[in-house]
Design a protein around this ligand. Structure first.
Ligand SMILES: Nc1ncnc2c1ncn2[C@@H]1O[C@H](COP(=O)(O)OP(=O)(O)OP(=O)(O)O)[C@@H](O)[C@H]1O
Ligand SMILES: [Mg+2]
Length: 344
């Protein structure tokens, strides 16, 4: 779909539909960290908080943004996606905020921007790190008072939109380099969702592969199967392109007559050699080992406190002396799930 796309639910969603949408297999279901993301989406469903979704390319950030919208009280409103990297920088301000007639050469008529279209809904700013500095400042103002002016306009326009942003870039590094505004970072990052790469949630590969197989068999009228051996290979492959790469591999398997061989060739090409297999052991720095230790200790303490207070998150945030937002982020990062969601 295009850079600025509009989607709106064509019928009102009942509460149980919301659960269904967020639970649709294999979405967010096959790994504790994904289940934690699902709980987080549910726990902020009735709030308007700004959400920043982070993760490598192809992990499913768009899907999560849509699930956030579908679970929110704004689900009957529009969902507007703007890919900040796909629009030439010179046109981005007008794309986002619209322009008045005569604002620049070629502006023959007044044009509303995507923020106006997103009124009463959600605006999803994808690849937010690509915003040029002047626009970062303008977005910051919109997030502060939900008002803006069109390019070449003087009057202020009020907007009631929930902002969800996503990036696969290291924003902290971009801030250090002076490429991303710190104040905007804090404004956007009210709740942060970190989507793990597929190689860190391999348990999901069989379910995802089965899902894509069924989808493409139906789409292309085929009855291809996934032999157990191929599935095992898929499960141990590194998937640097994440779920998107897996999806494309299964599509190839379904559409090509020699699809199995094509997929086998792909996963064999980059199967780790014995030297590769040793590499993580050899190259992990002391600093990383210490970080991992600290993360594990943090996870253990967090789990203990949450058990003790029966998952009363407000109480847990008081005990642990962190803000509620930080606690939600930590729960998500550590992949913790409330007892009711655990597998029997
Ligand atoms: N959990 C999932 N279940 C089913 N399909 C998924 C899942 N996660 C990702 N996909 C599919 O994988 C593809 C890539 O996902 P998506 O576009 O959401 O990734 P992204 O993180 O936004 O990537 P990019 O950073 O490149 O924009 C899409 O076709 C999406 O439907
Ligand atoms: Mg995306």
């Amino acid at each position: 779909m295009g850079a600025g796309e509009i989607e709106s639910a064509d019928r009102p969603l009942a509460q149980h539909d919301v659960k269904d949408l967020v639970n649709t297999p294999p979405l967010f279901d096959g790994h504790p960290r994904m289940r934690a993301i699902r709980s987080l989406i549910e726990s902020i469903a009735d709030t308007d908080t700004t959400v920043l979704i982070r993760g490598e390319s192809g992990v499913g950030k768009d899907l999560i943004a849509r699930a956030l919208h579908a679970a929110s009280t704004r689900r009957q409103g529009p969902f507007i996606k703007v890919n900040c990297a796909a629009i030439p920088q010179g046109l981005l301000e007008s794309e986002l905020f619209g322009h008045e007639k005569g604002a620049f050469t070629g502006a023959h008529r007044r044009k509303p921007g995507q923020f106006e279209f997103a009124n009463k809904g959600t605006i999803y700013l994808d690849e937010i790190a690509e915003l040029p500095p002047a626009l970062q400042a303008k977005i910051l103002h919109v997030l502060q008072d939900f008002r803006f002016s069109r390019v070449g306009g003087h009057g202020m326009i009020d907007v009631d939109a929930r902002v969800v942003a996503a990036t696969n870039r290291d924003l902290e590094q971009a801030m250090e380099r002076g490429e991303f505004r710190e104040d905007l970072y804090y404004r956007l990052n009210v709740v942060e969702i970190r989507v793990p790469p597929l190689r860190e949630r391999r348990e999901e590969i069989p379910a995802l592969a089965a899902w894509f197989l069924a989808k493409f068999n139906a789409q292309y009228g085929r009855q291809k199967q996934l032999p157990a051996g191929t599935l095992a290979r898929l499960s141990s492959y590194s998937w640097s392109g994440n779920v998107r790469e897996l999806e494309n591999a299964v599509r190839r398997l379904v559409v090509l007559s020699d699809g199995e061989q094509a997929v086998e060739a792909l996963v064999d090409r980059r199967r780790p050699t014995p030297v590769d297999a040793l590499r993580p052991l050899v190259t992990e720095s002391l600093r990383e080992i210490a970080r991992r230790g600290a993360r594990e200790a943090e996870r253990k303490a967090l789990a203990e406190v949450l058990e003790r207070v029966h998952w009363n998150r407000a109480e847990a945030s008081r005990i642990l002396k962190v803000s509620y937002k930080t606690l939600l982020n930590k729960i998500c990062e550590c992949g913790l799930t409330p007892p009711s969601r655990r597998e029997p």
